[in-house]
Design a protein around this ligand. Sequence first.
Ligand code: ATP
Ligand code: MG
Length: 409
Amino acid sequence: MQIYKVGGAVRDRLLGRPVTDIDWVVVGASAEEMVAKGFRPVGADFPVFLHPKSGEEYALARTERKSGRGYGGFTFHASPEVTLEEDLIRRDLTINAMAEDAQGVLTDPYNGQKDLEDRLLRHVSPAFAEDPLRVLRVARFAARYASLGFSVAPDTLELMRQLSQSGELQALTAERSWKEISRALMEDQPQIFVQVLRDCGALAVLMPEVDALFGVPQPPAHHPEIDTGLHTLSVLQQAALHRQPLNVRWACLLHDLGKGLTPKEEWPRHIGHEYTGMELIKEVNERFKTPRECQELALLVGQYHTHGHKALELKASTLLELLQSFDVFRRPQRFEEFIAACEMDARGRLGLESRPYPQADYLRGAATTARAVAVQPLLEKGFKGPELGEALRLERLRALKAYKEQHAP
Ligand code: ATP
Ligand code: MG
């Protein structure tokens, strides 16, 4: 049997990028031989094994044939006769379809090296269209390598467009889609991911609510970029520049969905978009079965981001309600993430990227003030049950009034 490094490890070494995980392909071996050598099989019908010591993935060279819709609709054929070239041709991109042996000799039948030099993300063969996940993968690689000058080859974009129109994208499971989306959002240029999906028509299928934001104007005084879709991309870009975690980035992507529902007669104003957007945010969350912390933050940011921007003008009682909505007394971290998302929203505007955002510190101070109100003295005064709750609320309100008096009179 011969063993080769494949995929990302080869690509990233040639690009001079750090290699984190290594995938291997094994040619000329059977599953029985692998097991005899101590490899542990992963999954029942997948010819993939884990190395007994390193735990790295070793896949038997295989060919694939599409036999139905979705990912389940694949027939694999792995046998000692399958060649390296046959295995590589079923891969998504030419830059992912290179292999390297133990001596460092490269096998590159589909000109991946040339495409690396030309900075092109190009599909290996027409079989690309057999797995719709590849649309998301290519958009994710575009986001990752945009700063190196990569773009999607026109023919590949055309295939992605056909795939998006074919109805195949709907066959993707929530789990597979979310895995790609969440990884893409954590790249340095997540806005490129969304842009590429839009360019090939996949965004309209996967997240029509986000797609609908393009072409919707906002008031130029607050939004010099005007277009809500472009604004959303900028907010995402800011979130990446500021190294925000996944839930903040997800909330940034969805925060303005309500603007896509504003009747044209009301443009460029979007009164109440925070509330109209909530149902849409919920639907997108459910569609991809996003993790709880992403769901929660996206909904809260959608509902309250305007409050964040107006923080210094809010009445003490509104400020307290805001803090209560976030359960800031038990979950201070989530409020921090809300503040971060609001700040990214404020910075994701043309020419306003580095303006100050005093609302952030003001909101932080308000949270600290409200949280500092002690329960003990109220207990000592004999308050219990609902009366205790009300007394605590009034104390917090008093503290916030004093805070506002001092910081935003
Ligand atoms: P990353 O750096 O994100 O891990 P990678 O290229 O190593 O990138 P993996 O998901 O680890 O990506 O997959 C390893 C290799 O398997 C890819 O380089 C590609 O050749 C192939 N591959 C993975 N998923 C697909 C797919 N859906 N369709 C075609 N080929 C795929
Ligand atoms: Mg990999």
